[in-house]
Every structure is written in structure tokens, then in C-alpha cells.
Design a protein around this ligand. Structure first.
Ligand code: WT7
Length: 575
């Protein structure tokens, strides 16, 4: 019998949107969800219609869609009607610039209302947003804008210097938000263009298969890859937001993720707004006081965040949450990495609620394995497949393994928000289907006797640091660009707060001596070229990076070095 957590504040799932998981799982059909969308009858598809315009034309028109604050200078609210007007204006700005259906447009902005307006304005004309996380530095921006061949990028004067215009021939124009200074001929001011644009713009009508958004993410080899999602993904966003996040019309929802990552769009934009639910966005840096203050200020009812944030709140102590009223909360979920029982119990202690796991990936577009309010809760367990999807654990040949046995966590292809392609890289896309018949997540897991899935870790070399996915190759490439570095190998090292930290092994070029200042300089170099979260927190100088005879870095050996353990079989290692 599953150990039910008796400490749920409300009786188990009685008032949940999904009341009976097992029955729903047996009878579920995506066709029934499709009927919730206007395009089923009109045949005209555009997520902006479903997430904004239809609410703006209904009794929800004056309902607040977006509450925004940075708790300092800005404190704003936007109704669905406001969003309809503003995203139309922005769509018209883009049209004036010659942007068309299918064009890729970067958004490189801090978390402000303009970011949300830009993304939906891009969607309105059927172009494809490419969100770029605010902390990215030049190399990361170049990789993504180059690969996506973005035609324009919406940014700010402060972030603009990180966009290497000269090495991005496809990038024709910048839209600058908050610009006061003079503009060059290939720049326009967001404010000035918005002021003169019409606030009416019918969405570009698309098909279910047309592009929705590209999110870049890291793999274990090569540069970051762009997962292209299709319009049809909205069906998955909608239903998971309803059943896993348990969103209701009267909720005040706070998804803490930045739209630079998939969580910040699937559940910061498309999920809640296709449901017509009010969403909170907090701008600025992470800070425990500001976070609790946000919950109190907006009387947040549903909170979706990540283990690393819960752990940082935990390490800031109990005295802070005691100063705030958190009693509005009724449901909490978690994503990005497993939530350790200690952090889970701590959140439960300060809010009365246990965060429910949601497992998914950039490539899956939507939550796939979750703990639902109406399902018996097992601490540390990832959960069960979302109705209408099938996730399981298999061996190398794709055969399901018996309960308790470790294997590859896989999903049966064909759920609504499965990525359509890896942009410009069909062979990378194919790699996800290397196990016949399945989408391979790259995670390992086991199933228990009750059919619950337990995530056990990544099976590849992808690093998860503070919930963010970092590819070792990207960091290694950034490291070897430093003049003192000859070779570099990067691994994830277990860390209590961040899950993993990035650890680099570095072999120096002749004429350079190992030193503490040099370590700092190299870390700083990666931070300034790639991104702060991708910079190594630990660097060890070594003579040589262990490689196979074919030149592949042996991270297994690096991990053993890190732990001071024997390196095991090195027969494939080069001399
Ligand atoms: C990887 C995907 C899409 C959400 C943000 C992360 C790990 C994600 C969980 C969870 C254990 C998790 C997996 C997955 N992961 N959620 N609830 N429990 N692990 O997206 O950056 O594409 O990373 O995050 O390893 O493969 P992402």
C-alpha cells in the first residue's frame, strides 16, 4: 500500500480537477481536450487566440492575466484585454519590420511585461519566438541566434552589447526596449513603435503543425540544440496545467521560472493563459524575502518552482517565512530535478503543503510524469504518467523491465507537445529515438509494484546545476578559448544546494603555471563569455585530460579523480 502522506492540508484530492487518476488514465482521449479550443470548430489555429483573444472577447476580458512587480519601481497589472491590445501592437511593429510567418525572432530581455508581450506578439503573426535567458553572455547568444538564423531580436540597451551583430549575418534588426538614446539604422525603439502601432491585429491563422516556439537546451555532446515545438503543444500545456498544476479559474498562479527556459513559457504563458488563469511574475533577483512577500502580496494560491529554489529558501531559515502570510497557498509543484525529502518536508512545514513532482524536459514541452493531488503520495517518487501518455522503464533493446529494475526512462512518442524537430539538426533529433519504439529521455529510473516511476539520475553526461541544464561540451569549448587553457574536461559534482556544481579539469598550455588567481580568471572568463550558471565553481589543474583512443573525453575517469577513487578499466584510454 502506498504510504499516503497524512499531512496534506486538504483531504486527498477531493476538490482536485483530476479526481480519479486511474479512471482518467483508462478513459482519456486527447480529442476530448481539443474540444476546449476554438480551432476545433473554426480550423484556424493560433495560440494567441486561445490564450488571449478569446478571453478578451468573453466575460474574462477585465480579468487580470498578468500581475507584474519588481517590488521596487514597477507594479503593474494587465487584463486579458490589455494583452490582446499590446500583443497586437507588437505584432504590428514586427509586421512593419517585414517579419513573416515562420521567421525566428529572439527575445533577450529581463523578466518584465515586455518579454511576455513580445513572445505573444511574435506568436500572433505566426513567427517563432526564440527566448534567450537574460544571463547569457556573448558566446551563448551567438550560438543560439546563429543556429536559429533569427531575423530580429528584442532586447534592451544594457543587454545589446552581448549580441555579436557582426558574426550574425541573418540578424537584420534590433528592437530596443527602454531606449532613450540615438538609434542606428537597423534599430527601432519599442516604445516609439508601440505608440504609433495599431492595437488591432488579427492572428495569422496557422495549422496545428506550425511552429510555436524554439527553446535551446544542452545535450551531452555538441553545442546547445533548439527544440522546436508546434502549435498543437497548447493542448498538452492546457490539460497538464489543469490536472497536474490543478489550476482553477479563481487561482492566482505563480510560476517562478523565466521564459528563457521552457517552464517559463509552457507554464508561465501558454498553460495558465489558455485556461484563463491569472499569473504572477516577479522581476529581479532571487531573494527569500522578496519571494515570500510576493506570495503574500498577491495571495498566491498555486506555486510552481524548483528544488534549488526550495533549498535556497530552506537555507535562508525559518524566521523569514514566519514574517509573511502564506496561508493563501493551496497547491505547490516542483520541477527540474528531484526534490529531496528534506526540502520537501521543509516546504510542508512552512506552507502546510507538500510540493508535488512534475517530471518533463525541454523536448517534451509538457509535464509527463507527475504526482497528482488525487494520487497517493510517495515521498521522493516522481509519479505516474499523465493520462494520454505512456512513460515506462526499458532495457537497451526497448523491452520493459520488471518492477525494481533500473533502466532507461522512455516515453511512447506522440503526446501533443512532443518537440517537432531539433532546429537545423535532423540527426540530433533522431538520437532521441535510438531505442526502437521509444523517445529516450536520457534519464534512468525504475518502476515500483504500484506502477509509480522513480527517477534515479541522468544516464548521460548532462549536468543539472541549480535546475539548469548545462552541456559539458559547451563549457569545455568556452574553457579552451582561454589563452592559458590547452585542454579541458567538465563534469557535474554533487552539491547539497545546487544539486550539482560544474567542475572543470584543466590542462594548461606550456608557459602557464597553475595558481589560484589563474583559476579565478578562467572561471570568470567562462562566466563572461557563456553565462554565470555555466561557469565552473571548481577547477583542478591536471597534466592531461583522459581521452579514449578516438578522442572522447572520459568523464568517468574525471569523476573518479574528483572522488579520489580508483579509475577502473582504462583499456580504451589513449596513452
Ligand atoms: C531534465 C530535463 C522541463 C522542466 C525543466 C527542466 C530533470 C526534470 C524532474 C523531476 C527529477 C527531473 C531530468 C530531465 N528533471 N524534472 N521532477 N524529477 N528530475 O527541463 O532543462 O530540459 O531538463 O531535468 O533529468 O531529463 P530541462
Amino acid at each position: 500500500m502506498a504510504a499516503q502522506v497524512e499531512w496534506e492540508r486538504k483531504p486527498k484530492g477531493l476538490d482536485a480537477n483530476l479526481k480519479d487518476y486511474e479512471t482518467a488514465y483508462r478513459t482519456f482521449r486527447w480529442e476530448d481536450v481539443e474540444r476546449e479550443f476554438d480551432w476545433v470548430t473554426t480550423g484556424k489555429v493560433n495560440v494567441v487566440h486561445e490564450a488571449v483573444d478569446r478571453h478578451a472577447a468573453s466575460s474574462r476580458k477585465d480579468k487580470v492575466a498578468l500581475y507584474y512587480t519588481d517590488l521596487e519601481r514597477r507594479d503593474e497589472r494587465y487584463t486579458f484585454e490589455d494583452l490582446a491590445r499590446l500583443t497586437s501592437r507588437f505584432a504590428n511593429v514586427l509586421k512593419r519590420l517585414g517579419v513573416k510567418k515562420g521567421d525566428r525572432i529572439g527575445t533577450f530581455l529581463p523578466r518584465t511585461p515586455e518579454l511576455y508581450i513580445a513572445i505573444l506578439g511574435i506568436n500572433r503573426i505566426g513567427a517563432i519566438p526564440v527566448p534567450l535567458f537574460e544571463a547569457f553572455m556573448e558566446q551563448a547568444i551567438q550560438d543560439r541566434l546563429e543556429n536559429s538564423e533569427a531575423l530580429a531580436c528584442v532586447t534592451t540597451p544594457a543587454l545589446k552589447p552581448r549580441i555579436p551583430r557582426r558574426s550574425l549575418p541573418a540578424l537584420k534588426c534590433l528592437v530596443l526596449v527602454g531606449d532613450e538614446g540615438p538609434l542606428s539604422s537597423d534599430e527601432v525603439s519599442y516604445e516609439r513603435e508601440m505608440a504609433s502601432a495599431s492595437d488591432r491585429c488579427e492572428p495569422e491563422w496557422l495549422t496545428k503543425d506550425d511552429g510555436l516556439i524554439i527553446h535551446y537546451t544542452s545535450g551531452s555532446t555538441g553545442k546547445s540544440k533548439g527544440a522546436l515545438h508546434r502549435q498543437y503543444a497548447m493542448v498538452g500545456h492546457y490539460q497538464t496545467a489543469k490536472w497536474a498544476l490543478d489550476l482553477r479559474d479563481d487561482d492566482c498562479f505563480w510560476c517562478t521560472a523565466d521564459p528563457g527556459w521552457v517552464t517559463g513559457t509552457s507554464y508561465g504563458i501558454y498553460g495558465p493563459w489558455t485556461l484563463g488563469v491569472s499569473s504572477v511574475v516577479l522581476g529581479g533577483r532571487f531573494d527569500p524575502d522578496r519571494w515570500y512577500q510576493t506570495i503574500q502580496k498577491y495571495r498566491v494560491t498555486m506555486w510552481y518552482s524548483a528544488p534549488t529554489a526550495y533549498r535556497m529558501l530552506m537555507s535562508a531559515g525559518e524566521a523569514i517565512p514566519k514574517q509573511y502570510d502564506l496561508s493563501s497557498l493551496r497547491h505547490i509543484c516542483s520541477v527540474g530535478e528531484p526534490l529531496n525529502p528534506e526540502a520537501l518536508k521543509w516546504v510542508k512545514k512552512i506552507t502546510g503543503l507538500a510540493p508535488h513532482e512534475t517530471w518533463w524536459m525541454t523536448e517534451t514541452g509538457m509535464q509527463l510524469i507527475c504526482n497528482y493531488r488525487s494520487l497517493d503520495f510517495k515521498i521522493g517518487c516522481t509519479g505516474k504518467p499523465f493520462p494520454g501518455t505512456y512513460a515506462t522503464v526499458v532495457d537497451d533493446q526497448g523491452r520493459e523491465v520488471p518492477p525494481g529494475q533500473l533502466g532507461h526512462l522512455v516515453v511512447k512518442p506522440g503526446w501533443p507537445s512532443m518537440m517537432k524537430e531539433i532546429w537545423n539538426n535532423p540527426s540530433k533529433y533522431q538520437e532521441y529515438f535510438r531505442i526502437p519504439g521509444w523517445y529516450a529521455s536520457g534519464d534512468s529510473a525504475f518502476k515500483d509494484d504500484d506502477g509509480y516511476i522513480w527517477y534515479q539520475g541522468r544516464a548521460d553526461d548532462v549536468i543539472k546545476t541549480s535546475g539548469e541544464r548545462v552541456g559539458p561540451f559547451e563549457v569545455e569549448s568556452a574553457l579552451v578559448a582561454h589563452p592559458a587553457v590547452a585542454e579541458a574536461g567538465v563534469i557535474g559534482k554533487p552539491d547539497a544546494v545546487r544539486g550539482q556544481i560544474i567542475k572543470a579539469f584543466v590542462a594548461l598550455r606550456k608557459g602557464h603555471q597553475p595558481s589560484e588567481p589563474l583559476k579565478k580568471e578562467i572561471a570568470e572568463f567562462v562566466k563572461n563569455n557563456l553565462a554565470a550558471h555555466a561557469a565552473p565553481r571548481e577547477i583542478d589543474f591536471v597534466e592531461k585530460i583522459p581521452k579514449t583512443r578516438s578522442g572522447k573525453i572520459m568523464r568517468r575517469v574525471l569523476r573518479a579523480w574528483d572522488l579520489g577513487e580508483p579509475v577502473g578499466d582504462t583499456s580504451t584510454m589513449e596513452e
